[in-house]
Design a protein around this ligand. Structure first.
Ligand code: SF4
Ligand code: SF4
Length: 430
């Protein structure tokens, strides 16, 4: 047995005789004495430790075969995927005027018509072939709750269809939260609503500056009231978008949520992400330029690790390091715009050349458009972070270069943060 190719080894400050081992492939971790690690490295480890480290994916019979399996993993997932996931952009209208909204100039009174919704249902039924047993829809906008009638009619049809196939139907909402009243949430829960993602961009005065109603009035208090009314009807995850000026304010949001009784037992997930700038000269209605263009920007290391620590310290759940790949790689995931044009990622909506088809004519081959094999380079094949990255986010490359011509390499970011993330999980969740 040999050490896994996907092994990170970190010092353990509290006891210099120990090492922290983390498998980026199996997402396993262990603290072991240095001499056990050295014995494992040199092939002289005891049978008991061999068995333990093998179970954790840290000792493997053949590291070359292990690398090949990591490369083939996406193919294997696609071949056995029993779920169909469709993001439905119901409209490009909104009751908010967020300062950084990337939908920018595309927005207006643009709604999915009844005819397009009927075509969407047909498209989904066709795509839900044998071997599929779970149908997941993400309703998206604009603001999806401005299209409540369309959500209900699509869900009624798809729920009945899934049940006729002994499959499950569920849907989620990515909403600004202002229209999420108890009555409507109850009706939607009866039709399959399971998850809601609501964005709070910091404590009240910061959020209200970044995410006001169109009238200019603050939206924070309305959203908090609605979360209090509905948290028991669907799983409400709180997201928050920060920039270099606001991230230090976010811990106050966590304190506020606690004070208002929105404690971790009521809010199953919290995650804060950096705002990205719009592509140069493109779509943005404002001059907003305080976001990021790459996850490797140095300020994001401090912001990301500090905010994650605060979330965990307050007892909320947040994402753990896990195998991750761009959803464009998922052959059973699509984004359908309000007008029936199909994309692979919501961030590309409206971008010339990135549509992959439409509801009338179906899906075209998009392997070139989205550079599906871009990560199959020597650099990625040899990279210890491959299972956590698979070439990164195509949209971030597009943002920087105006096309998908390079990897969105996150090596620097992982080098700077992964050890801290793992140690945070040991401190707060073990
Ligand atoms: S391009 Fe980026 S935002 Fe779009 S699906 Fe891939 S990882 Fe997500
Ligand atoms: S893009 Fe960079 S971090 Fe990601 S797998 Fe490739 S080399 Fe590793």
């Amino acid at each position: 047995m040999q050490l896994s190719h996907f092994l990170k080894v970190y010092p353990w400050e509290e006891d210099p005789d120990l090492l922290l081992l983390f498998s980026t492939r199996q997402i396993s971790k262990i603290l072991i004495p240095k001499e056990v690690y050295l014995a494992a490295k040199n092939g002289g480890v005891s049978p008991l430790n061999t068995s333990l480290l093998s179970e954790l994916g840290m000792l493997v019979p053949d590291p070359q075969a292990e690398k090949q399996a990591a490369i083939s993993w996406l193919e294997a997932l696609n071949a056995t995927n029993s779920e169909l996931t469709v993001t439905v952009v119901l409209n490009l209208d909104c009751n908010f005027a967020c300062t950084y909204c990337y939908e920018g100039d595309m927005k207006g009174r643009l709604y999915m018509s009844a005819q397009t919704a009927a075509r969407l249902v047909d498209f989904i039924k066709q795509r839900f072939g044998p071997g599929k047993n779970a149908l997941n829809i993400d309703f998206y906008g604009g603001e999806p709750l401005l299209s409540i009638g369309t959500i209900k009619s699509i869900s009624r049809e798809l729920k009945a269809f899934a049940e006729s196939r002994d499959a499950s139907y569920s849907f989620s909402l990515v909403t600004n939260g202002a229209l999420l009243k108890r009555k409507v949430t109850q009706e939607l829960a009866d039709l399959g609503l399971t998850n809601v993602k609501i964005t709070l961009d910091g404590p009240p005065e910061v959020h209200d500056r970044y995410r006001p109603f169109k009238s200019g009035k603050g939206s924070f208090d309305v959203i908090i009231k609605n979360i209090k009314e509905t948290w028991d009807l669907a799983k409400i995850g709180i997201g928050g978008n920060f920039d270099r000026h606001t991230y230090a304010e976010f811990p106050r949001l966590l304190g506020y949520l606690e004070k208002e009784g929105l404690t971790p037992d009521k809010i199953p997930a919290v995650k804060f992400d950096p705002i990205t700038n719009s592509p140069e000269g493109d779509l943005s209605p404002t001059d907003y330029r305080d976001g990021c263009m790459s996850i490797n920007e140095p300020w994001l290391v401090e912001a990301g690790t500090q905010l994650r620590e605060e979330i965990l310290k307050h007892g909320y759940n947040t994402l753990k390091p896990k195998p991750l790949f761009c959803l464009i790689e998922n052959r059973d995931a699509f984004v359908v715009n309000y007008d029936g044009v199909i994309y692979k990622c919501p961030a590309f909506i409206g971008q010339n050349g990135y549509a992959v088809g439409d509801l009338k004519s179906g899906v075209n081959d998009y392997s070139q458009t989205y550079q599906l094999d871009i990560w199959k380079t020597e650099e990625c094949r040899e990279c210890v972070y491959l299972p956590l990255c698979y070439g990164g986010c195509r949209y971030m490359t597009f943002l920087r270069n105006g096309q998908i011509d390079q990897l969105d390499c996150k090596k620097d970011y992982f080098d700077a943060t992964l050890e801290t993330y793992i140690k945070q999980d040991i401190q707060y969740r073990s």
